[in-house]
Write a protein of this length. Structure first.
Length: 132
């Protein structure tokens, strides 16, 4: 399989790559405007996805990653307003499982939002997160 390359575009001459467009759409769908997420963070997310799913991410992968990222950035209340109680509980279970596992894909996404200083303070407090 040929290596997929992500592209931000350049001076309007080259378009954004499909993976970044899919992530932007998924972030919107999770209630987080993609402009609130720096391009470097989005590139990191799609690269984490490429590492986790070397061939091609499953159909729901972008939505799943976007929900986790959106929860971490927007915080529990804002996320729940946009996504409902059931999805909020699902993401909270994923974060708890990621903390127990230590080095999982979800843990990498949470850690990335923490290191990028995008994570909501309530999420940090609720789960006792720190960057050491």
């Amino acid at each position: 399989m040929a290596q997929r390359r992500s592209s931000l575009g350049f001076l309007g001459m080259f378009g954004r790559s499909g993976d970044l467009r899919q992530l932007d759409a998924a972030l919107r769908g999770a209630g987080l405007h993609p402009a609130l997420v720096p391009e470097g963070v989005k590139l990191t997310l799609v690269n984490l996805m490429k590492d986790h799913w070397p061939d091609e991410p499953p159909a729901d992968a972008y939505a799943s990653v976007a929900r986790l990222c959106s929860y971490c950035i927007a915080g529990p209340q804002t996320f729940e307003q946009a996504n409902g109680r059931e999805r909020t509980l699902d993401v909270e279970r994923r974060i708890e499982a990621a903390l127990e596992a230590g080095d999982s894909f979800d843990a990498q996404v949470v850690l990335m939002t923490l290191h990028a200083k995008l994570i909501n303070a309530e999420v940090v407090d609720r789960y006792g997160l720190s960057a050491e």
